[in-house]
Ligand binder design. Structure first.
Ligand code: SF4
Ligand code: FES
Length: 249
């Protein structure tokens, strides 16, 4: 199929940026969206032009690096996938496709479709860890984890830090991401020693990072490629209020 692309080009953080038209010709429906961009880039490189910058690593929905906005939706028209898991069979011959980066104050654009998501790293540094006593390797069974707790922690641990929740939110809120990380650790016995400190530090860093507040539209859960449910939001609030009460006692 032949496609008309309108791609956001921006040379650096200061550049104002603009959409530029490209033609993607003779694209197979079995090509992935990122492979389609690879083909466009090959043609640009042959002509001596600057290829379109986009981020990617695993191309398997694991690393969370590839998110872009396609026709106004983070990761394109399907739910429950990352951009690298999108295939061109979701489009028709002759389609026009708008391709742009995630838009959020906390995710400044580095170049073209690549944004700086280090604000997420700073939230993780603030509290997304557990204490580890150094020494001999601990016995794997020394802390027993009930099956239901392990499974619910793993549900929250599916978050890949992609930033889709921020990109889709009208307030650019990072609440779903923070909740997934807080819930993952709060649901395990290994995460309990820093329980109160963690939630306060991560929420405080989220506020400093330039993210907006949650207004409960649930767009974040709807578009999250890992389908992190809104139940973790309730858990974050419980954890936060609990930590506040304990610190006031
Ligand atoms: S909560 Fe979902 S959308 Fe948000 S960063 Fe994690 S995986 Fe991505
Ligand atoms: S490239 Fe790793 S999730 Fe898409």
């Amino acid at each position: 199929m032949d496609l008309h692309l309108k791609v956001w080009r921006q040379s650096n953080r200061e550049d104002k940026g603009r959409f530029v038209d490209y033609e993607a010709k003779n694209i197979s429906s079995e090509t992935s969206f990122l492979e389609m961009l690879d083909l466009v880039n090959e043609e640009l490189i042959k002509k001596g032009a600057d290829p379109i910058a986009f981020e990617h690593d695993c191309r398997e929905g694991i690393c969370g690096s590839c998110g872009i906005v396609i026709n106004g939706r983070p990761n394109g028209p399907l739910r429950g996938i990352t951009t690298c898991q999108l295939y061109m069979r979701s489009f028709k011959d002759g389609d026009s496709i708008f391709i742009e980066p995630f838009r959020a104050k906390a995710f400044p654009i580095i170049k073209d479709l690549i944004v700086d998501r280090s604000s997420f790293d700073r939230i993780m540094s603030a509290g997304g860890y557990i204490s580890v006593n150094t020494g001999g390797a601990p016995d794997a069974n020394s802390i027993l984890v009930p099956k239901d707790k392990a499974e619910s922690a793993l549900d929250a641990a599916e978050c890949i830090g992609c930033g889709t929740c921020v990109a889709v939110c009208i307030n650019a809120s990072a609440v779903l991401f923070v909740e997934a990380k807080v819930s993952h650790l709060a649901r395990l016995p290994q995460g309990l020693p820093e329980r109160e400190k963690r939630v306060e530090a991560m929420v405080s860093q989220m506020d400093k990072g330039g993210f907006g507040a949650c207004s409960n539209t649930e767009a974040c859960s709807f578009e999250c490629p890992k389908e992190i449910g809104h139940d973790v939001i309730a858990q974050l609030r419980r954890e936060y209020y609990r930590a506040n009460l304990i610190s006031k006692e």
